[in-house]
Design a protein around this ligand. Structure first.
Ligand SMILES: *Cc1c(COP(=O)(O)O)cnc(C)c1O
Length: 849
């Protein structure tokens, strides 16, 4: 290696349009089609060559083109409008500021290993990253004081190329930050910010960068600087790359480096949101800060918990990040002495007894008073998965909640549909996306107009897909006939199915290929032709995933599927946008219940593309008969084989009997029943499954409470945190005394019970040294399930008085629901400052009565 200095030579942008540069660095452009048009109109060809990256575009576009538009009055009108819109956006009143003005300057830190904001920033791999990006965009829209923290990956996530044999090749093109919408973060003196993080035997230095996303900032850390040795410079090269050593190092840089970055910038968050376990080491660094400033460990832990929210995204145990004890020892033993704990003490912060290893999800759960999954079903799956951490409480009451994912509507909706909504809902629809009532006006869009816009998008998508295929085949030096043939591919009048996602095996991309003859009959029907477009990357280490890609590719080359099944390479946000705006139906076939949420179907739905999906992830919450299609049953099966067969055959008949006939029942070139479903789909899905709804929900259910609790816990030198920790310790030490001694529910026997009757009972409990105000005694009732209660409700019993020697009388009752009901009495610790009912997951249950 030899040394050279880099300088970036900026084009001279004519004064009249000089704010283009500012615009190119604010990701606000990514959800404003007119802003994008400003760049595109300068030089359409160059704009595509530069992959819609405005920073790169402005560096490469020639001066004459800029001069030309600077003298074009039409262009200047648009320019002035976009700049006015931007200023208006940046300065306008927001939902959050008007509602929670006292918290408007209290930051919420949002840590994520990936952020999917735009194709010009390839620092995301898939759904998790896009969700994080959409979360930040919505936070900006509603005025939430959120700051993002992540890593800047020199090689990003890989670029996928499909070779002539149909194998995926992973490319890591060099990312030139000078040509991306990121800027180095500077301190007050205009100097770059460098953050030190200790790894075994050395210090790794991180340079801090920032991205402007509307009103908010995301700070990204990068180890690729000359202060680090060659090995360490590679630590942030790839997203999810490398072995366990790279993974733990990277996660330390993210979690520990992230906290240090915020401190350096003098940003003091009141809420810390951990988006997936990768970032959970932030808890350890916050713990170190407090312990080294003299706060006792357990008090510090309570303070951290009070202000931390953790969102888990992984419904399969194998998907959670774990490290063995020795790895933790090697990388984190420096923390043992700083925290004053021994090896076991530290490992206990994240020990997963089932997998016998240190689990980042468990670490996050231990340090976050609030924890959620990303759909109702995923919440349920997560509660089941981690119930072993909560011995004493029913699975239903495991303190993991759910906030169903959403999408940043303006990022994903096509310009054409946005215009339709502007016309028929009124232009103000964009400032209140999550309000379902305004979406009723979708019914007023004339059928022909809706269909016309949809057809236009279809044509646009097909053109893009053919172009992509041509480039791929050119590169692979395929024959001239093969390349020539592409122009016959994809008929805009044919029913078109889209399937694009990560090629993980559980997503079952090839489910439709189970019965090839039946599939062939479907695709080659001359009256009612069908075509399918596939896209998706498999993780470079996931061989079975790559084999699935090859299978799809192979089929796409064979008669009679050639030209009717298409695989296009390099699924990214750009490919996603084209596909999900331009197909008729979006197919989703995960093996139930392994899809945490899924969001691409929400993007499709906002564009009137009907979902056909297994009832997994978000779909059970959205689906009804008129807004899409459901495959299979929403339950498990005995074997995967059985489930795959059942779902495949159900999917074939759904297509044959319902979907295709509905689509092709056309009148004067448009299908009225299909269009009715499209409207129902937009109306019912777009408001509910938006990040506007989602981020408001996070705010109202968690952020506000965590901010207030956190401030309370930290105040007066951690007095409340210390109290809570004393309380928890005292309760834990004395809990073995606690017992329900007697339950008297004799009332039941004396009369026939009817719905709505009150069931009265009395209980005698023993609390020993624990005071009655420190517990809740409640009757727990619900329907009878398989050795459990389901649909659990808990009704408090009232203290009647002491019976002496640590025993107490309680009395109360509940109203009976119809059916077989079960009930019992339990005691659990209770404190007004508990975040959730099972902040301290202990309970003592009646034995027998
Ligand atoms: C939305 C999106 C995803 C996530 O979609 P799923 O429904 O979870 O598969 C993945 N990759 C890209 C590029 C996306 O835009």
């Amino acid at each position: 290696m030899y040394f050279f200095r880099t300088i970036t030579v900026n084009p001279s942008i004519p004064e009249r349009i000089s704010r283009l540069k500012e615009l190119s660095y604010n990701l606000w452009f990514s959800w404003n089609p007119e802003a994008l048009e400003l760049f595109e109109r300068i030089n359409n060809q160059k704009w595509r060559e530069m992959q819609h990256n405005p920073v790169k575009f402005l560096l490469h576009v020639c001066h004459e083109d800029l001069e030309k538009v600077a003298n074009d009055s039409d262009y200047l009108t648009l320019y002035d409008k976009v700049m006015a819109d931007l200023d208006n956006y940046m300065g306008s009143e927001t939902w959050f500021k008007s509602k929670y003005s006292n918290l408007a300057d209290k930051p919420i830190a949002y840590f994520s290993a990936e952020f999917g904001l735009h194709e010009s920033l390839p620092i995301y791999s898939g759904g998790l990253g896009v969700l994080a990006g959409d979360h930040c965009k919505a936070a900006s829209d509603i005025g939430l004081p959120l700051v993002g923290i992540g890593l800047l990956y020199k090689q990003g996530y890989f670029t996928q190329q499909i070779n002539r044999e149909g194998w995926q090749e992973a490319l890591y093109p060099y990312q030139n930050y000078n040509e991306m919408p990121v800027k180095p973060t500077l301190d007050a003196e205009g100097k770059e910010i460098i953050i030190p993080v200790d790894l075994p035997g050395r210090t790794v230095y991180l340079k801090v960068w920032e991205i402007q996303v509307g009103r908010i900032k995301i700070y990204l850390m990068d180890a690729d600087i000359t202060m680090n040795n060659e090995h360490d410079r590679q630590l942030t090269a790839q997203l999810y790359g490398g072995d366990k050593d790279t993974r733990i190092s990277q996660e330390m840089l993210l979690g520990i480096g992230g906290v240090k970055t915020l401190r350096k910038l003098e940003i003091n968050p009141v809420v810390w949101h951990i988006n997936e376990g990768h970032a959970a080491f932030l808890c350890i660094e916050r713990l170190r800060e407090l312990v080294q400033s003299g706060i006792p460990l357990n008090t510090a832990k309570e303070a951290i918990r009070s202000s931390t929210l953790f969102t888990t995204h992984t419904p399969v145990p194998a998907g959670h990040d774990v490290f063995d004890g020795d790895k933790v020892d090697y990388y984190l033993n420096g923390y043992y002495s700083m925290l004053g704990v021994d090896r076991n003490g530290f490992l206990n912060f994240g020990w997963d007894s089932q997998r016998n290893s240190f689990n980042m999800t468990v670490l996050a759960m231990n340090f976050a008073a609030y924890c959620n999954g990303v759909s109702k079903l995923h919440g349920e799956v997560t509660r089941k998965m981690f119930r072993y951490l909560y011995d004493h409480i029913p699975v239903e009451e495991v303190p993991v909640f759910s906030v169903t994912n959403g999408i940043h509507t303006l990022t994903w909706i096509s310009k054409e549909f946005r215009n339709l909504l502007n016309t028929y809902l009124g232009p103000e629809w964009i400032s209140n996306i999550s309000d379902p009532s305004q979406w009723q006006a979708v019914d007023n869009i004339p059928d022909q107009e809706l269909w016309h816009s949809h057809k236009e998008l279809k044509k646009k998508a097909f053109q893009f897909i053919r172009e992509t295929l041509r480039k791929q085949k050119d590169r692979n030096q395929e024959s001239a006939e093969n390349i020539f043939e592409i122009k016959e591919y994809l008929n805009p009048d044919a029913f078109t199915i889209g399937f694009a996602r990560r090629f993980a095996t559980y997503k079952r991309a090839t489910l439709l290929f189970r019965d090839r003859e039946r599939l062939a009959r479907l695709l080659t029907d001359p009256e009612r032709p069908v075509q399918i477009i596939f896209a998706g990357k498999a993780h470079p280490a996931d061989r079975p995933g790559q084999e699935l890609i090859k299978q799809v590719y192979d089929i796409s080359q064979q008669e009679p599927f050639r030209g009717k099944i298409i695989f296009i390479e390099n699924y990214d946000m750009n490919v996603a946008r084209h596909m999900l705006q331009g197909v008729d139906m979006w197919l989703n076939t995960p093996r139930w219940p392994m899809e945490a949420s899924g969001t691409s179907g929400m993007k499709a739905a906002a564009n009137g593309v009907l979902n056909c999906s297994v009832l997994d992830g978000w779909w059970p919450e959205a689906y009804h008969e008129d807004n899409g299609f459901a495959i299979g049953k929403d339950t498990g099966y005995r074997t995967e084989e059985e489930q795959d067969n059942d779902d495949a055959y159900h999917l074939y008949s759904l297509l044959e009997d319902k979907i295709i006939p509905t689509y092709y029942k056309q009148r004067e070139g448009y299908p009225p029943d299909w269009i009715r479903m499209m409207k129902s789909c937009i109306k019912t899905i777009a408001p509910q499954f938006s990040t506007e709804r989602m981020v408001k929900e996070y705010t109202e259910r968690f952020y506000i409470e965590a901010a207030q609790r956190g401030m309370q816990f930290y105040a007066d030198h951690f007095q409340v945190a210390a109290e809570i920790q004393d309380f928890k310790r005292y309760i834990k030490e004395n809990w073995h005394h606690v017992a329900v001694k007697l339950v008297n529910a004799n009332g039941i026997k004396e009369k026939e019970l009817k719905v709505g009757d009150q069931l009265d009972l009395a209980a005698e409990v023993y609390l020993g040294p624990i005071k009655p105000e420190d517990v809740a005694v409640e009757v727990v009732h619900g329907c009878e399930g398989d050795h459990t209660l389901v649909g659990i409700k808990a009704t408090p019993l009232q203290l009647e008085g002491p019976r002496g020697e640590g025993s107490y009388h309680y009395r109360g009752g509940f109203k009976l629901d119809q059916g077989t009901c079960g009930f019992t009495v339990r005691i659990r610790p209770d404190h007004p400052l508990f975040a959730t009912k099972f902040e301290l997951p202990l309970a003592s249950w009646a034995q027998n009565f």
